[in-house]
Write a protein that binds this ligand. Structure first.
Ligand SMILES: NC(=O)c1ccc[n+]([C@@H]2O[C@H](COP(=O)([O-])OP(=O)(O)OC[C@H]3O[C@@H](n4cnc5c(N)ncnc54)[C@H](O)[C@@H]3O)[C@@H](O)[C@H]2O)c1
Length: 318
């Protein structure tokens, strides 16, 4: 049995990863500051769900609090780390880059320092597909040097977490798998992301703000596929590797809107707006490395995933 410190356990992906670990018999120590980037009530509900397991414990606090993080490792008997806490989202990072730097860079450094002192067996650090910026090497491969030229503060902080992780591997032999998620969506998803905003607007008849001409494409990854790959990354003690965790099929904004209309059975009320600064044209993961080394196997099509997300949304949020 592993004891996994899951940072960001109250959040969308963190709560799913924690749930998967608990389901297979691991112990989970959650750490989250439950900030109000989106309704705190959603995070409390995620924590309540996890708390039904006697193997779940939770520390509410900030990742940048060094004493607290070190104490959490020591008290919890942590053997593995799943680092998912971060300020997420490209657009708000342009508005307030400082909170992104603090949570994502200083927070990751604090965690790595505590992890190496605790001598954990393996860690997974979460980066983002946004590190690829507007790379023209399609599909995106982990060794793409375009990741050295991020185009938003969020992407820059995520690149920083990758290189900090490498320095801790190099200096102290810390074993770390870095994962780059590609637009993860599904039940308990983030309310600032397109799948949520579209479903919510479709169901309530609100306006959907469509940025650009609808030809931008995204590699949407269903949460269950992603969480399975992430858990495999916790188990595989490799050394230091970076993995794309995407679906590898892309969906245009226009196709995504058609899918939302189909799964909700509603006609959409669309407001056409110009493309936003910092937005990328395309995200598309080459997942062959993750398939080979992590046994990663994304199976859920966008339409099936959006149907599942819609059903959850109607039950819990509509
Ligand atoms: N959802 C996606 O499509 C996506 C894509 C790329 C990368 N990611 C990355 O995956 C991870 C999880 O994202 P998510 O979508 O679940 O977002 P989320 O916002 O739902 O979860 C992040 C959690 O981290 C917590 N947190 C933030 N700053 C903290 C701090 N300083 N100390 C303690 N806790 C803190 C938040 O309260 C939140 O609960 C993040 O690292 C994010 O950057 C997500």
């Amino acid at each position: 049995m592993k004891t996994v410190l899951v940072t960001g356990a109250a959040g969308f992906i963190g709560s799913h990863v924690a749930e998967s670990l608990l389901a297979r018999g691991d112990a989970v120590v959650g750490l989250d500051n439950c900030n109000d980037y989106y309704p705190v009530q959603y995070k409390r509900e995620n924590l309540q769900l996890l708390s039904s397991s006697p193997r779940f414990s939770f520390v509410e606090g900030d990742l940048c609090d060094r004493a607290l993080v070190e104490k959490t490792f020591a008290r919890g008997g942590v053997t593995h780390v799943a680092h998912l806490a971060a300020r997420a989202g490209v657009r708000p990072s342009i508005e307030d880059p400082f909170i992104y730097q603090e949570a994502n860079v200083q927070g990751t450094l604090t965690l790595l320092e505590a992890a190496r002192k605790a001598g954990v067996a393996n860690s997974v650090v979460t980066s983002s597909s946004s590190v690829y910026g507007n790379s023209t090497r399609i599909p995106f491969r982990e060794d793409d040097s375009a990741t050295d030229r991020p185009i938003s503060p969020y992407a820059a902080t995520k690149k920083a977490t990758e290189v900090l992780s490498h320095s801790y591997h190099s200096l102290y032999g810390l074993k770390i798998n870095v994962v780059r998620p590609f637009t993860v969506y599904g039940p308990r998803g983030r309310p600032d992301m397109a799948p949520w905003l579209f479903i919510e607007a479709a169901l309530s008849g609100k306006v959907i703000r469509k940025f650009g001409d609808g030809t931008t494409r995204r590699d949407y990854t269903f949460i269950d596929d992603f969480a399975a790959g992430f858990v495999n990354a916790i188990d595989r003690e490799i050394g230091f590797e970076i993995f794309n965790l995407g679906n590898s099929a892309t969906v245009s904004l226009n196709e995504a809107l058609e899918t939302v209309s189909a799964v909700t059975g509603k006609k959409l009320n669309i407001e056409q707006l110009p493309a936003q600064p910092g937005d990328v044209e395309l995200t598309n993961a080459d997942v062959s490395k993750a398939r080979k080394l992590l046994g990663y196997d994304p199976k859920t099509s966008f339409r099936d995933g959006m149907r599942l997300f819609h059903d959850w949304f109607v039950k819990h949020r509509a």
